[in-house]
Design a protein around this ligand. Structure first.
Ligand code: URA
Length: 294
């Protein structure tokens, strides 16, 4: 096997090991498979990031969300093993990036380069109706990134995310957390306004989310807060409804990810504000923030 092939196989094995599948690769015989792997095979299949997230949640048997906590794949790999897994011979723990992380990170990427790569984009049909591309705004050193769905009317005109009614509510939410808008980074799954503010379509999301992933990779925030279904389903690669996983912690390429309701939903359903505030308090706990004094 040449060096490149060997590196590829090793990366796959590391990825499997990150997910706790080492014993599975050692023995594919159904009888010898550890019970917890069998049950996960029969369970509703989770997409890759959700499977990793489920393992992450399992590792939170006594949740520690203190500000310094950084949960990464190395911690997943180091989590105590259940007896069936411990008995099997497992591959050594490798702390490098998994294949999923290594494969699509662009070396020395910058927000400027991403914006330049987007250019005067015509990759999907959304370009036909846009006034401005709405790239993102805020600090490239932000510890907290908010991800929305796509620009609306006001954002399209101004070229800045979350500046309309929902945006004003988001700004209030940020300030309630003891932060200013310029302390965080705000962006969307799609960068051009969908006609009549309809939901972005699958092909539009697939095309545009590559730029979102690069933005997140460059900023490497401690926390990503997904606003609404579109952002959370895109980043977690799931079709499950947001109410199934809202307020729970997930891992997204080394950042902690939490989903909460979209501010536009809160404008229509103010009773849900309490739920969102609980989610934001979880974020504040991780970031060591105190609520703004009135
Ligand atoms: N809704 C979003 O999802 N994003 C915006 O930028 C504005 C409204």
């Amino acid at each position: 096997m040449d060096a490149a092939d060997r590196a590829r196989v090793e990366a796959w094995l590391r990825y499997g090991d990150d997910l706790g599948l080492g014993p599975y690769y050692r023995s594919r015989s159904a009888q010898e498979r550890p019970a917890e792997l069998e049950s996960s095979v029969q369970a509703e299949p989770l997409p890759r990031t959700m499977a990793a997230a489920a393992a992450l949640r399992a590792s939170f048997s006594s949740p520690d969300l203190s500000p310094k906590t950084s949960v990464g794949r190395s911690q997943l790999a180091a989590a105590p093993q259940k007896p069936a897994q411990a008995a099997a011979s497992v591959l050594p723990i490798v702390t490098g990036p998994s294949l999923f992380e290594a494969a699509d990170r662009i070396e020395n990427d910058t927000l400027e380069r991403i914006r330049a790569d987007i250019g005067d984009c015509t990759r999907c049909k959304l370009h036909k109706g846009r006034t401005n591309i709405v790239f993102g705004v805020g600090s490239m050193k932000a510890e907290l990134v908010f991800v929305g769905e796509g620009p609306g009317h006001d954002e399209d005109l101004k070229g800045e995310p979350f500046v309309g009614r929902a945006g004003k509510l988001l700004t209030q939410m940020i300030e309630s957390m003891g932060l200013r808008r310029q302390d965080v980074y705000i962006c969307n799954v799609v960068k051009c306004r969908p006609p009549e503010n309809r939901l972005p379509e699958k092909d539009e999301i697939t095309t545009c989310s590559l730029f979102l992933f690069r933005q997140i990779d460059v900023i490497r925030p401690k926390v990503i807060c997904c606003l609404g279904s579109c952002a959370s389903q895109t980043l977690l690669q799931t079709t499950q409804g947001i109410s199934r996983f809202r307020g729970e912690w997930f891992d997204f390429r080394g950042s902690k990810l939490i989903a909460t309701y979209h501010p536009a939903y809160l404008l229509r359903n103010p009773n849900a504000k309490g739920e969102v505030w609980k989610d934001l308090q979880k974020v504040m706990s991780v970031l060591g923030l105190q609520p703004k004094r009135k």
